[in-house]
Design a protein around this ligand. Structure first.
Ligand code: PMV
Length: 403
């Protein structure tokens, strides 16, 4: 009885912290049926994401979603066979770096396993993304068998430069997954908003692990953690604990040091963790860092935040440098920026810090308070290390939107 009450308290906390508008579950949280609904979405298993066999397929349809990129604070690096993570990760959802995708569907004369689709980037047909999208479709057919009834046209565009070295897989895969979920919602009008977003995150994860953290705004957490009750490897959840106000509109200026294609795909990078000498240690540290970040996000100690975030970024690159084969993805200008940020912080005491993805570009993180000074610093000292002096001004955002 006590356990049930305790679990229910956790459920209420989840519903209250989800930023999904006024869902039915939230409105009726005291009734038995609503409680059943909440439990249903709280304990989701893979089977819960297998769609019914719908017979009422429309002949044509079109859906458009704009979905943001995200930047990991606690990094996901190392995965299991089914693209579930080896450790919990936590990220800021971004605001301006987005992919806008339109999915047009045409009913086939006969449903089959043949996935027929064309991809357009800004209305121009391209084949570059086809293999990844084809694999994505094939991997999600089990959960979305209604897709067998259609051929598709995917028109996509990024708000950031195509060749900026910014990974578009998180924003791109989440935008596509959301379009697919809009179709599923049309086929199943009783679908609840909470299920919609959870399955969108679940499908995104199958496309590109970190993409599952791009659906909802603010801070998101993906991967089972013993101390985070509703955490799961299957999809990302909105960070369920108290967040100090500064983190709700944190800035992220992305310095574009290298705009070439990556030397090693993140998929190959994850694979290199399989026999990595430091793998076990890394996964343990990541779980501990989640707890460290939890207390920082609550108490707003920005100086502790800078230490933890930079440790995580450096650890990610240390893992790449010590894998077999090894990779050095940072460039001389990445190091110049890192050193410049450290000495600026030392001198001004402004809690600015850096983080890195699997590449040479630098994400400069800083709070709103004092942002004008940091912007001047970026303009006068860091911009010169960027390719063509280019950078992207971004910040924590509100998540994906349907257009
Ligand atoms: O989602 P993937 O497979 O592209 O991996 C992303 C890995 C990092 O960006 C380096 C870290 C993260 O958690 O986003």
């Amino acid at each position: 009885m006590f356990i049930l009450a305790h679990q229910f308290a956790g459920v209420v906390e989840l519903v209250d912290t989800l930023d999904l508008g006024s869902s039915a579950a939230r409105c009726e949280s005291s009734s038995l049926s609503a409680r059943t609904t909440i439990f249903q979405y709280y304990f989701m298993s893979e089977e819960n994401f297998i769609a019914n066999n719908f017979t009422n397929l429309p002949d044509t349809s079109s859906y458009t979603w704009s979905s943001p990129s995200n930047i990991a604070l606690i990094k996901y690096w190392g995965k299991n066979k089914n693209q579930t993570p080896k450790n919990t990760s936590i990220s800021f959802t971004l605001s301006n770096s987005r992919t806008i995708t339109t999915l047009e569907l045409n009913k086939k004369s006969k449903a089959d396993n043949n996935i027929l689709f064309d991809v357009y980037y800004k209305d121009k047909k391209i084949d570059e993304f086809k293999p990844k999208i084809d694999l994505f479709f094939r991997n999600i057919l089990k959960y979305c068998s209604y897709l067998k009834g259609y051929s598709f046209k995917i028109n996509t565009a990024n708000t950031f430069p195509h060749s900026s070295g910014i990974a578009s897989s998180a924003s791109g895969m989440s935008a596509l997954a959301l379009c697919i979920m809009s179709l599923e919602k049309d086929l199943n009008s009783t679908m609840k908003e909470e299920y919609f977003y959870k399955k969108a995150s679940f499908l995104s994860r199958i496309g590109s692990g970190s993409a599952c953290r791009s659906i909802l705004g603010g801070i998101n957490l993906w991967g089972k953690h013993a101390d985070v009750e509703q955490s799961t490897d299957l999809y990302s959840i909105k960070y369920p604990y108290e967040i100090f106000k500064d983190f709700l509109d944190y800035n992220d200026t992305i310095l574009l040091v290298d705009t070439e294609a990556k030397q090693v795909s993140s998929s190959d990078g994850h694979t290199l963790m399989k026999n990595h000498i430091y793998a076990d240690k890394r996964y343990k540290i990541a779980q501990k860092n989640v707890i460290r970040l939890k207390s920082i996000l609550k108490n707003g100690n920005l100086h502790s935040f800078t230490s933890l975030i930079e440790e995580e970024a450096m650890m990610l690159h240390a893992l790449m440098m010590t894998s077999n084969p090894s990779y050095v993805l940072i460039k001389p200008n990445t190091l110049k920026i890192i050193n410049s940020i450290k000495s600026y912080r030392e001198t001004t005491k402004i809690p600015i810090c850096f983080t890195l993805d699997a590449g040479a570009n630098v994400h400069v993180l800083y709070p709103k308070e004092g942002e004008k000074k940091v912007e001047l610093f970026i303009e006068s000292e860091l911009k010169e290390y960027c390719k063509n002096y280019s950078f992207i001004s971004d910040k924590v955002g509100k998540g994906a939107v349907q257009l």
